[in-house]
Design a protein around this ligand. Structure first.
Ligand SMILES: C[S@@+](CC[C@H](N)C(=O)[O-])C[C@H]1O[C@@H](n2cnc3c(N)ncnc32)[C@H](O)[C@@H]1O
Length: 183
């Protein structure tokens, strides 16, 4: 149960989603390189704040929502109850299928993960991308050391930086948004 959110956390996130969904989560979704037919992975989906907007962009594709928390996954199912072609995946076995996704993204998920776990998670994410596949993350800029580690692990695992920018996000402050391509 160590990774489960409190009821207060899920409630506050639902308020953020209701009142700031378009300015916080939709803006990230809008920048993902999607034409509608991709296989997409949301790593650390939480209650489906970003997935809700991504699902609307995938007319023929499939979205996999992954989280370590059963409570967040339950909330995510509720958020996406009217969406099709969604798969929910509890991150227990710590194994991702190889070369399966065109696009994977992590939205405010990596900065909370211990360094030793990131050392296995980022290689697994890199392997899960098809060649030429894209990995996008958005993480808070004040987590400088963690961002440094994330960047090193991306590069050591065959991911090339294609684009990077800093955005000022309502409620959350400055965040780094980076796009990597699998060689
Ligand atoms: C701050 S929340 C962000 C959720 C969502 N992406 C959003 O932006 O609303 C971080 C999420 O990462 C998940 N998470 C933390 N560690 C994880 C891990 N090792 N594997 C998968 N998910 C993890 C948490 O359960 C939580 O849902």
């Amino acid at each position: 149960m160590g990774y489960e959110p409190s009821h207060m956390e899920t409630l506050l996130t639902r308020f953020a989603f209701i009142f700031c969904g378009r300015s916080v989560y939709k803006t990230f979704s809008d920048h993902l390189p999607l034409n509608g037919s991709e296989q997409v992975l949301d790593f650390g989906c939480g209650m489906g704040t970003v997935a809700y907007y991504v699902a609307k962009r995938l007319s023929h594709g499939k979205l996999t929502c992954l989280d370590i928390s059963a409570r967040w996954l339950k909330a995510c199912r509720r958020t996406l109850r009217n969406c099709e072609n969604i798969q929910f995946f509890k991150w227990e076995s710590r194994v991702l299928p190889h070369e399966s996704y065109d696009v994977a993204y992590c939205h405010f998920a990596l900065h909370d993960i211990p360094d030793s776990d990131l050392e296995s998670i980022i290689p697994a994410l890199a392997r899960s991308l098809k060649p030429g596949g894209v990995l996008v993350f958005r993480e808070p800029l004040n987590e400088a050391e963690k961002i440094g580690l994330i960047k090193r692990l991306m590069e050591h695992n065959g991911l090339l930086l294609k684009d990077s920018r800093v955005t000022d996000i309502p409620l959350m402050g400055n965040a780094l948004e980076s796009v990597y391509i699998r060689r």
